[in-house]
Design a protein around this ligand. Structure first.
Ligand code: PMP
Length: 364
């Protein structure tokens, strides 16, 4: 049998594994989705308006209605927004657009503090860029001097800061952001990934800067199924990113639902966010009472530590496996060495959270 031309694949791609989340469980607390579907009333209103979509036509390649809605909701002009099939696609588009190798370097670099969202590394490697990882301190804050000297040494094209961060749940302070921003040159882009911004007590102060991209998504606030993400950028840079985008990257149904979501669904989504935040507070308390060390979180999940040195004897992998096999509850464990003792638990509905707590009680 003849062999496929694997030698032509990017070397960095061959080192990667496809992103394959674990099989689904009855109670899904492993993917940071919203536990709430849209209410029946709003859902049927949305489905009703989808009947106006021309199924035989390509989508609006400019996604104008949606970009205007985004500008109404988050500020600026629609020309500053690029939309994608989830913020995953936006991350990939940034790698494509801003991937030029600087003179004196052998590869364009992408920098981010770790632990963080795995797609920054994955996407950088898939696009032949060099990931540069700077460890966070033990309280998950940035060590400003170390980060600043890493910027000077590696001169990254792109810096990703998820804030609140996944999986730590911590939001970077304005001072941390300013320290990083002041170390960047004009030819670097800092992407502030606010995927979990809706759950934070306060959003980051908006900074009018051509060196910053503000990234967002509807995936965490109840609309993961439609895959809509965006970035707000300086309009000249947005224009370049737009050239790298496939013209019909966002289908008509997603464009329509997202536009409606930012309008008629807003109150409902806001009240769902409020109940996730309330449950996050309750779960912090309850999980701490069970002996877990719970990191403070401004996101829709909690990072909890167990095993030696905590009030829980069992290790994270044993707990994860028991929850999954005996109770049909999925939570997340990690391969990274610094997260070996940690579980990431997405905040569910109050019923799901109660089921998790009683499962944990019986496991422990
Ligand atoms: N950013 C962060 C920090 C995330 O955790 C995730 C999803 N886990 C994303 C971006 C991607 O979100 P999506 O592609 O669904 O918009």
């Amino acid at each position: 049998m003849s062999k496929p031309p694997l030698g032509l694949c990017h070397e960095t791609l061959l080192e990667l594994k496809s992103y394959r989340p674990k099989q689904t469980t009855k109670i899904k607390l492993d993917a940071n989705e919203s536990p709430f579907d849209l209410g029946a009333g709003i859902k049927s209103q949305i489905l009703g308006s989808l009947s106006n979509v021309d199924f035989h036509r390509y989508p609006d390649p400019q996604a104008l209605e949606l970009r205007e809605r985004l500008a109404d909701t988050f500020g600026g002009s629609f020309e500053e927004y690029v939309v994608g099939c989830g913020s995953d696609e936006i991350i990939a588009l940034l790698m494509l657009t801003l991937g030029r190798t600087r003179s004196g370097l052998s590869q364009a670099a992408v920098m981010y503090p770790t632990p963080t969202f795995v797609m920054y590394r994955h996407s950088a490697q898939a696009h032949g860029l060099l990931p540069i990882e700077v460890p966070l301190l033990d309280d998950w804050s940035v060590e400003p001097d170390g980060f600043v000297s890493a910027i000077r040494r590696h001169r990254p094209n792109l810096i990703f800061l998820a804030s609140p961060n996944n999986p730590t749940g911590r939001k970077f302070s304005e001072a941390e952001l300013d320290a990083i921003l002041s170390a960047t040159d004009e030819d670097m882009l800092v992407v502030i990934d606010e995927a979990y911004g809706a759950f934070a007590e306060r959003k980051h102060i908006y900074r009018e800067s051509a060196r910053i991209g503000w990234m967002g998504t509807l995936s965490k606030v109840g609309l993961a199924a439609i895959r809509v993400g965006w970035i707000r950028l300086n309009r000249n840079l947005a224009n370049e990113v737009d050239k790298a985008r496939q013209p019909f990257n966002l289908n008509s149904l997603s464009q329509k639902v997202a536009s409606l979501a930012l309008g008629i669904c807003r109150d409902e989504l806001m009240s769902q966010i409020t109940s996730v935040v309330e449950e996050r507070g309750r779960m912090t308390h309850e999980l701490s009472s069970l002996g877990f060390s719970v990191f403070p979180s401004e996101a829709n999940f909690l990072l909890v530590r167990c095993g030696i040195g905590t009030g829980v004897d069992l290790d994270a992998r044993t707990i994860e496996a028991s929850l999954r096999k005996e109770f049909g509850i999925g939570v997340r464990v990690f391969n990274e060495s610094r997260l070996q003792k940690d579980l990431r638990i997405t905040v569910g509905t109050s019923t799901e959270n109660d089921q998790l707590l009683s499962a944990l009680q019986s496991i422990l």
